[in-house]
Design a protein around this ligand. Structure first.
Ligand code: ADP
Ligand code: MG
Length: 304
């Protein structure tokens, strides 16, 4: 098999908390992002998904574990080398309006990475922005607009266009569709699928909505309290999912669908990191090709 575009091996992140305590947001997480494939990282709020993505992009330094871009170890790179690495790994965030400088025109906003990397001349900005807008299915006339004049869906397309200007190998999306309505969500997913087909990008897609990603992803990684409890192919997810937590997530989205006819919302309550005195699940065991599941800690049934 070919080398993944990016991988994480045994990533752990422990934060210090006020009062001298500590909190492990991610524990021993491994994931491979392969060209042309999508890994969806699901789990309720607080399960460590954003921390994982932040470690992949170098925004957060892992406490232990490795991050590889191709074959290069990057978890400790800083400065100009980190800048070079970042070209290849781009992110799209949840809040469309918050991720654009309010006064900047869309042309400059979309081309910001090129401008930052000195990879574009002043006069090329507008033509290049027009081209990128067309790529993401937007009217090129939007180049002169300001962010607040666009809808959330249009802005997320601009965020995707901006992320692609440097032609990255890896695109990491952190709840990139969560602030959008259901139809805009579906359009963004279709856009990402097309761009992935055309460009062979590896996508890591963090989302709490299992129903949304099941159709779009190649692999599903389920996180609970900072740990991966199950990893499995998206195909046949409903029939194959084993871990009680995955089954609970599935049940909650299926229920919501039945009741109001649309896709699931974030399960209430949220996930807290596991208290130190509470038993953890066992290590991940491969029960079928590409299907890893953690043996649930004793007494940790569906009610957890
Ligand atoms: P998710 O994206 O799945 O909602 P996060 O990765 O944002 O989860 O957070 C996981 C846990 O780590 C949460 O309990 C959160 O409060 C904690 N956490 C995240 N970032 C920090 C930080 N910089 N300092 C302290 N705790 C943090
Ligand atoms: Mg998050």
């Amino acid at each position: 098999m070919s080398t993944p575009a990016m991988s994480a091996e045994g990533l752990t992140k422990t934060f210090r908390t006020p009062g001298g305590g500590s909190l492990t947001a991610c524990e021993d997480v491994s994931v491979e992002l392969t060209q042309g494939r999508t890994v969806a990282i699901v789990g309720e709020s607080g399960s460590g998904k954003s921390t994982l993505l932040r470690m992949l992009t170098g925004l957060e330094r892992p406490t232990s574990g490795r991050v590889l871009l191709g074959e290069q170890e990057i978890q400790d790179v800083r400065g100009s080398l980190l800048r070079e690495v970042r070209r290849h790994v781009q992110m799209v965030f949840q809040d469309p309006l918050g991720s654009f400088a309010p006064r900047m025109r869309i042309a400059e906003a979309v081309c910001a990475p090129l401008i930052n990397y000195d990879a574009i001349g002043r006069r090329e900005v507008v033509p290049r922005a027009r081209e990128m807008l067309r790529l993401v299915g937007l009217s090129e006339h939007l180049v002169t607009r300001r962010p607040h004049q666009l809808s959330g869906g249009q802005l997320q397309r601009c965020a995707i266009a901006r992320a692609l200007t440097l032609d990255p190998q890896v695109l990491l999306c952190d709840e990139a569709t969560s602030a959008l309505d259901v139809s805009a969500q579906a359009e963004i997913m279709a856009l990402l699928a097309r761009l992935q087909d055309e460009r062979g990008i590896a996508i890591g897609f963090v989302c709490h909505d299992l129903a949304l990603v099941a159709h779009f992803a190649t692999t599903i990684l389920v996180m609970h309290r900072g740990r991966v409890v199950e990893q499995l192919p998206a195909e046949g997810l409903v029939e194959r999912a084993r871990h009680p937590y995955t089954r609970r997530l599935l049940a909650s989205v299926l229920d919501l669908r039945d009741r109001d006819g649309h896709l699931g919302r974030e399960p209430g309550g949220g996930s807290r990191p596991r208290p130190q005195d509470e038993a953890a699940d066992g290590p991940l065991v491969e029960i079928a090709p590409g299907h890893l599941v953690a043996r649930p800690a004793s007494g940790a049934g569906d009610g957890r």
